[in-house]
Ligand binder design. Structure first.
Ligand code: ATP
Ligand code: MG
Length: 440
């Protein structure tokens, strides 16, 4: 019998983790300068946080991991997305009462969707997302897009483009829905089962269908832009003007409706046009939502804007563009333990170095000198420290600088001071050694 990760999930192994750390650190830096604060909500919520009313999205209807424990009437769901939990928390803790709205938040963590796994589409995937709640200003739509855009640009990604559209306000959208129903009325019977459901629940989402996408009836569908009232048009224009002002390039895509039901006004996707990305090319996506705060019991008319970025997809996009997210850095010192009875002294030595902030390690396998020295190379250690019988007796160890091959014989008690000097020197300039110890 063999054990494997469940389909659609993956292990991130130690040798790959530095990429994740790099992304996560950069995300936090960007959020810091944009003044967004982290929020952490539970990984599962009551099912009704995600399944709201007559929601037509696939995610809510088909993809949720929902469970109920024995003897419990409570239905829980592993979060498939971040927005609902954040808005629930915003209302539950009455954060809308804060004096300094909008509240600008970000989150980072796993999401769960029972999808058909393929490249860039997992059942557990990690999202970084932002949500700005409590103010409705087209320039906030612009700011959130700018945050994501500057983050992906800082990574060096350039095969990306912003697709943007507006779904207008409720009145515009209702008029458009009726127009879509009229348009699809005669053909809906021959369309996919999902589209038939969408026709009833939210015909807008028919435009998001991946099966019927190429049909003529799709291409001749009425456009949202013809159903926008003046207010909705003005809002959208202000968003576009703001993007222009910040020099963020975009394309208007009047078919863009997004997968979730709660969007109003601005919707956007940032997609990679790199050929290697295949069908899963959307790196981050989101939009404005006017009704969610009220849905969760908060004040009426309090709006939000947010987007979510798939970190696995971002890594794929970096790979596709040949962007190296950086190798893991090496050790500062590796202690070679040359006699069994030197092991405790070696552990004391690495402990002392570690408490001074040096990243170091030692041999625990009792290996030969040669094998231990291989570790020095593999771990890219800057120095090797030799500790055996002779050193125990004399109370002195030898430090070898790997780059220059220089060796220093140093009393055990001075080791931190010598390391400080060596590391200072290499930082300053390459030059003669001034450590004051005997050189071999
Ligand atoms: P798609 O059309 O690709 O299914 P979506 O509309 O379901 O996307 P959102 O719910 O808006 O996507 O999620 C935002 C981002 O999260 C996506 O743009 C993508 O980068 C990432 N994402 C969504 N679903 C998955 C998944 N199953 N695996 C990996 N990343 C995902
Ligand atoms: Mg999806």
């Amino acid at each position: 019998m063999s054990y494997q990760v469940p389909r659609g999930t993956q292990d991130v192994l130690p040798q790959e983790i530095s990429k994740w750390h790099r992304l996560e650190e950069l995300i936090r830096q960007f959020c810091y300068v944009y003044n967004y604060e982290e929020i952490r909500t539970p990984i599962f919520e009551h099912t009704n946080v995600f399944k709201r009313g007559n929601d037509s999205s696939d995610m809510v209807n088909k993809e949720m991991y929902t469970f109920q424990l024995e003897n419990s009437a409570t239905s829980l769901t592993l979060r498939p997305e971040g927005t609902a939990g954040v808005v629930r928390a915003f209302v539950e803790h009455k954060l809308y009462g804060q004096p300094d709205l909008p509240l600008k938040m970000y989150y980072c963590g796993p999401q769960f969707r029972h999808e058909r796994p393929q490249k860039g589409r997992m059942r557990i995937f990690n999202q970084f997302g932002v949500e700005v709640l409590g103010a409705k200003d087209p320039l906030l739509d612009v700011e959130t897009i700018a945050l994501g855009w500057s983050f992906v640009s800082a990574l060096g990604l350039s095969d990306l483009k912003v697709l943007i559209n507006t779904l207008g306000d409720d009145a515009s959208r209702n008029a458009y829905r009726e127009a879509l129903r009229a348009h699809f009325k005669d053909e809906i019977g021959s369309m996919c089962a999902d589209c038939q459901r969408r026709y009833e629940q939210n015909p807008l989402r028919i435009l998001d269908c991946k099966i019927d996408r190429e049909r003529a009836i799709m291409k001749s569908a009425p456009k949202m832009s013809d159903y926008l009232n003046d207010e909705s048009k003005a809002y959208f224009q202000a968003v576009l003007d703001g993007l222009d002002a910040l020099g963020i390039p975009y394309e208007i895509d009047d078919r863009l409706v997004r997968g979730l039901d709660y969007y109003t006004h601005t919707v956007f996707e940032v997609v990679s046009v790199n050929k290697e990305m295949g069908a899963q090319s959307t790196v981050f996506a989101g939009g404005r939502y006017d009704g969610l705060v009220e849905y969760f019991g908060g004040p009426q008319g309090m709006s939000g804007i947010g987007w979510a970025l798939g970190l696995e997809r971002l890594l794929l996009a970096c790979e596709a563009e040949g962007i190296d997210l950086g190798e893991e850095s090496g050790l500062d010192a590796y202690v070679l333990c040359l006699a069994p009875q030197a092991k405790t002294a070696a552990l004391q030595l690495v402990t002392q170095l570690r408490s001074s902030g040096y990243r170091c390690d030692m041999d625990y396998l009792g290996r030969s000198f040669k094998a231990q020295f291989k570790s020095v190379e593999r771990k890219h250690a800057r120095t090797a420290i030799f500790l055996g019988d002779k050193e125990l007796e004399s109370g002195e160890v030898t430090i070898k600088e790997i780059d220059t091959q220089k060796q220093h014989t140093v009393p055990l008690n001075d080791i931190v001071a010598v390391m400080d000097r060596l590391f200072d020197e290499t930082q300053e300039a390459e030059g003669g050694c001034t450590c004051g110890h005997v050189h071999e």
